[in-house]
Ligand binder design. Structure first.
Ligand code: GLN
Length: 223
């Protein structure tokens, strides 16, 4: 039973809690707001939904093939890339997502999202990836969970000074595999923000710090 006036999870663009801070999921965005899907199988989905809404996007969850309809952009959240990869296979989403991104769907992956986008991983054990970004990525490159850190990072194209970001058992790019991959930021020479065409990836989480400049640039690029 759902009490009157409630919003249920079945509302695809409900961002939990937004109504409690006075924002109506359906009504306070312009009709032409870009629709951005957040892959919602595992990971920090809510943080991305909120960041995207703060930036003026209609943020919706993507959990099945039908959810891919009508998207202007896609976000792959952080979390556990092995788990998300397995769930992508189970949901029948791995190949369709790969095709949509290869076809030009603007896509932004953070941390585990960057790992999933990578063409190659610097490890022996195979795991399902989308493979649409021409880099070889090393998982857990900065160390274990206890080695996670927050920092301020200068990113090419992001104005207004270094960005507040959080590296949580984060990867880095070990090797760039294609000539058209742009490295927009690095830590001690290790690429941590890369872009190739319609695909943007960060090794860190910009969605947990409240510094929305990368999300804002992504949303603005969809208008
Ligand atoms: N270490 C995780 C992985 O390999 C990624 C961590 C994260 O997304 N914060 O999938």
């Amino acid at each position: 039973m759902t009490p009157a006036g409630s919003v249920r999870w079945s509302a695809r663009d409900w961002v939990p809690g937004e109504r409690l801070v006075g924002r109506e999921a359906e009504t306070d965005l312009p009709a032409d707001a870009p629709v951005v899907g957040v892959l919602a199988l595992q990971g920090d989905v809510l943080e991305h939904l909120r960041a995207l809404r703060r930036c003026g996007a209609r943020a919706v969850r993507v959990r099945s093939l039908a959810d891919l309809d009508g998207l202007d952009g896609l976000v792959l959240p952080g979390g556990e890339s092995t788990t998300i990869g397995k769930l992508l296979v189970l949901a029948g989403l791995l190949d369709p997502l790969r095709a949509r991104i290869a076809d030009g769907l603007p896509t932004f992956g953070t941390c585990a999202g960057m790992i999933l986008l990578s063409r190659e991983l610097d490890q022996e054990t195979p795991q399902p990836v989308l493979g649409v970004l021409g880099v070889r990525t090393r998982r857990n490159a900065f160390g274990r969970q206890v080695d996670s850190f927050d920092t301020a990072l200068a990113i090419a194209g992001v104005e207004g000074g270094p960005m507040d970001v959080s590296f949580i058992r984060a990867p880095w790019v070990e090797d760039v595999l294609d000539d058209d991959v742009e490295v927009l930021a690095d830590v001690d020479g290790r690429p941590v923000v890369v872009r190739q065409g319609n695909v943007l990836a960060t090794a860190f989480h910009p969605e947990v710090t409240g510094d929305d400049r990368l999300h804002q640039a992504f949303v603005d690029s969809l208008r």
